[in-house]
Design a protein around this ligand. Structure first.
Ligand code: HEC
Ligand code: HEC
Length: 134
């Protein structure tokens, strides 16, 4: 009787040692899935972000396309683009620096004039031209 009881104890312990980790694993993976997924910011995803830091990373290229349209230019107006489509992180064109200052200025205007109904964007001044016509 005694030996069979100790056997079943050992068996229980064995089962527990196999089942518990499995349960913990499931609980852990569920907890991980439920943790809200915070989208990466541009600063976290790209190499050289100084003004668009809090922009969601997925919005960076759409913003770049808007700048193209607002200024009537292509990406290479501000970027030296390598044949393998890299180099966007480099600061080798003055236009890129100018654009950073413009972003800062545009954000400042919008901060100071919260009451203005329409937000100021690059297009407010540029209207499709790199040099705004007054
Ligand atoms: C008017 C200037 C301008 C134009 C036009 C422009 N960019 Fe940019 N781009 C910038 C600036 C400025 C930054 C850095 C932003 C910052 O510092 O927050 C940047 C950053 C980037 C980055 C991040 C690089 C890194 O790793 O740090 C990518 C990628 C990029 N641009 C792609 C593009 C593409 C693609 C286009 C065309 C669809 C484009 N850009 C057009 C000014 C421009
Ligand atoms: C309040 C008006 C205004 C707004 C808003 C504005 N700009 Fe400008 N921008 C100008 C003026 C005026 C110039 C030309 C004089 C100068 O370079 O300071 C200029 C020049 C530039 C240049 C240099 C052009 C060249 O030929 O070298 C770039 C690049 C530029 N802006 C990008 C932007 C971007 C990107 C935005 C939006 C984030 C923006 N600007 C928003 C008025 C504006």
């Amino acid at each position: 009787m005694r030996s069979s009881r100790s056997f079943s104890l050992r068996q229980n312990a064995l089962i527990a040692s196999m089942v518990l980790p499995a349960i913990l694993l499931v609980v852990a993976s569920v907890a991980q899935e439920q943790a809200p997924e915070k989208p990466l910011t541009a600063k976290e995803k790209f190499k050289n972000i100084k003004v668009l830091k809090n922009l969601p990373a997925d919005d960076l290229i759409p913003v770049m396309r808007k700048w193209n349209a607002a200024l009537g230019v292509k990406c290479d107006f501000c970027h030296v683009i390598n044949p393998d489509h890299t180099g966007f992180d480099k600061d080798d064109k003055p236009q890129k620096g100018a654009a950073r200052k413009m972003v800062q200025m545009t954000m400042d205007i919008n901060k100071r004039h919260k009451v203005v109904e329409k937000k100021v964007t690059c297009n407010t001044c540029h209207k499709g031209h790199a040099e705004p016509e007054n």
